[in-house]
Design a protein around this ligand. Structure first.
Ligand code: IYR
Length: 230
């Protein structure tokens, strides 16, 4: 492959007070985000979904392969099929596949195998990870760091939706293979995350959660001798 041409890049140049102001503002905005399981049926303009996907697709990716595909669905019949198949898998998971410890960990969240929002939400966006690329001629092209790349893109997607006042849920009905057949995706694509996208219902509630404080998620210049590993 020929080398890219390189162009100057000089982002930012903000003074430190402005940096801090923006840092705090962005943190507070993101900290206000919550996953939602009750959605309004109020329509969401397709242009908003397009911008969320554009933002997601601006994420960094291994060798800039952008190994993702966003499949956006607002067709009622397709959403219904997704709900039926997702609930079929989730029912088996909740009743048979998930060990007691997992069910116990989920109990505080009040989730169940039932996913009515998959039908009432205006959009479902299913993100597929491309384990390898397919050229137009059909030859395979290796992708790199696919899981990391798609995970980062999904993070951008969630942030973009929140910024425009929309809500979503990081939903991974398991196993998710049914999404490939319902949505007609090729065999190099694996379903990664399903995002219902819409406005939170007016009666939506979320569990009262606390986030870990900074010191619990951060280590600064750790001393290797005081680690907990023996
Ligand atoms: N996929 C199931 C179970 C589930 C698992 C985790 I980890 C969650 O944080 C929430 C739910 C479901 O969607 O109900």
């Amino acid at each position: 492959m020929t080398k890219h041409s390189f162009i100057p890049y000089q982002p930012g140049r903000l003074d430190e007070n402005e940096q801090l102001r923006r840092a705090k503002e962005f943190y507070e905005e993101m900290d206000a985000r919550r996953s939602v399981r009750r959605f309004s049926s109020r329509p969401v303009h397709r242009r908003l979904v397009e911008y969320a996907i554009r933002t997601a697709s601006s994420a960094p990716s291994g060798a800039h392969r952008q190994p993702w595909r966003f499949v956006a669905v607002d067709d009622a019949a397709i959403k219904r099929r997704i709900r039926i198949e997702a609930e079929r898998e989730e029912k088996i998971s909740y009743e048979k596949r998930m060990p007691d410890e997992w069910l116990e960990a989920l109990r505080p969240m009040g989730t169940s195998w039932q996913k009515p929002y998959l039908e009432t939400v205006p959009w479902i966006v299913v993100v597929f990870a491309q384990s390898y690329g397919l050229s137009e001629g059909g030859s395979k092209q290796k992708n790199y760091y696919v899981q990391e790349s798609v995970g980062i893109a999904c993070g951008f997607f969630i942030a973009a939706l929140h910024h425009m006042g929309l809500s979503t849920l990081t939903h991974t009905p398991s196993p998710m293979g049914f999404l490939r057949s319902i949505l007609g995706r090729p065999k190099n694509e694996k379903p990664y995350i399903l995002f219902p996208v819409g406005y939170a219902a007016s009666d939506a509630t979320v569990p009262k959660l606390n986030r870990k404080p900074l010191q619990e998620v951060t280590s600064w210049n750790p001393d290797p001798d005081s680690g907990t590993d023996s």
